[in-house]
Design a protein around this ligand. Structure first.
Ligand code: AMP
Length: 192
């Protein structure tokens, strides 16, 4: 199964993706994690995206599309992919559909984690205190939320039109959100 975990920054996508990796033998593809690793390594890619990420803006589509394309074969050897933080623009979504189609695959489900803006701001303030991620500071977070609303939210009708969108209340405790996601995904396949 290929799954997109969809939602604004701090909706809980990463947390839920990690649980699904354990439960369903799937591979998490987090473009945010990949980009942070590139920044930490000081590679040319990392140097290119560091400032963009710190400001809370989106990196160019071509950069993240390439990162994802490189990793698709490994997801097929496992139980499928969990896309976390990708796609974030309509161009990325169209590129993902095309890349998967070329490989005889497709997106099976898109799970939207719904969390209201006030809760997101509270979560981010806590994460900033605990983890000190530079783009969790209040100014950058405002830009990230604006980027979500302007560039990423328009993907909802894209996936609704493909009849793949499932909405899950992301406001509850982690276990309740996990249970709601499991319900949307159905039973774990016997091969997982
Ligand atoms: P995340 O950890 O998913 O919140 O991503 C952290 C930052 O990485 C974002 O604010 C963007 O600057 C960049 N980023 C991650 N994924 C993408 C994407 N799919 N498209 C563009 N920029 C991205």
């Amino acid at each position: 199964m290929n799954l997109i975990l969809f939602g604004p920054p701090a909706a809980g996508k990463g947390t839920q993706a990690k649980r699904l990796v354990e439960a369903r033998r799937m591979v998490q593809l987090s473009t945010g994690d990949m980009l942070r690793a590139a920044v930490a390594s000081g590679s040319p890619l990392g140097r290119k995206v560091k400032g963009i990420m710190e400001r809370g803006e989106l990196v160019p589509d071509a950069v993240v599309i390439e990162l994802i394309e490189e990793r698709l074969p490994a997801t097929e050897a496992a139980g499928g992919a969990i896309f976390d933080g990708f796609p974030r623009t309509v161009a990325q979504a169209e590129a993902l559909d095309a890349m998967l189609k070329k490989r005889g695959k497709s997106i099976d489900r898109v799970i939207r984690l719904k969390v209201d803006d006030e809760a997101l701001v509270r979560r981010i303030a806590k994460r900033f205190d605990e983890e000190g991620r530079s783009d969790d500071n209040p100014e950058s977070f405002k830009v990230r939320l604006a980027a979500y609303n302007a560039q990423t939210a328009p993907l909802l009708p894209y996936y609704e039109g493909q009849d793949k969108l499932y909405e899950v209340d992301g406001m509850g405790v982690i276990a309740d959100v996990a249970a709601a996601i499991d319900k949307a995904l159905g039973p774990v396949p016997a091969s997982a």
